[in-house]
Design a protein around this ligand. Structure first.
Ligand SMILES: [Fe+2]
Ligand SMILES: [Fe+2]
Length: 189
């Protein structure tokens, strides 16, 4: 489900809000990569990849924060993120650690995929050249992250769950969710 292109105009008209919201998206992406390390330390390849992703996400955070300050905006508190909250409740609680890992990887893959789609829209729509280039660079980075998460889900979900089916169903759910929350001046939802 593609984002309504009108969203990019709303975003550009509310630059301070969108940048603050964006900074927290990057911080949360870093935090969830770190939490995967803490919760699943025995997966060497995941720990290695998540270390890299956490560092990259904090570099993104730092860059967004700098733009906020350079433009004379004030970095404020985090807002309530209904879209991400709803998305995070999609997969059921499970005591099976291996299945829980797959759910977490698919959740992160979805956040990366939607961020990537929105950064692409911003980079091609926004009239501010500095931001257009910035969002283009981020689009490439988040696309890589999306692939990392989805590939790990496929690797460790094999013989455990039907990853392709889970992903398709999750995509359908997210497509409906973004229609409810996707029109406001936030990066996600
Ligand atoms: Fe990022
Ligand atoms: Fe990312």
């Amino acid at each position: 489900m593609a984002t309504d292109p009108k969203w990019a105009n709303v975003a550009e008209d509310n630059l301070e809000e969108i940048l603050i919201d964006h900074a927290y998206c990057e911080q949360k992406a870093a935090s969830s990569a770190i939490s995967l390390i803490v919760q699943f330390p025995e997966y060497d390849d995941i720990v290695f990849a998540m270390s890299e992703i956490a560092i990259e996400e904090m570099e993104h955070f730092k860059a967004v924060h700098k733009i906020i300050i350079d433009r004379g905006f004030i970095f404020g508190s985090e807002r309530k993120d209904y879209y991400v909250n709803n998305l995070s409740k999609y997969f059921p609680q499970t005591h099976d650690r291996k299945v829980r890992l797959i759910y977490k990887l698919l959740f992160s893959a979805m956040i990366e995929a939607r961020s990537c789609e929105r950064f692409h829209l911003l980079s091609t729509t926004i009239t501010d050249l500095e931001l257009s280039k910035f969002y283009h660079d981020l689009e490439i980075s988040e696309a890589k992250h999306y692939t990392v998460f989805l590939n790990f889900a496929k690797k460790y979900g094999r013989n455990l769950v039907d990853v392709d089916k889970l992903w398709e169903e999750f995509l359908a759910f997210e497509g409906k969710l973004i229609q409810n929350y996707g029109r406001e001046e936030f990066i996600l939802g």
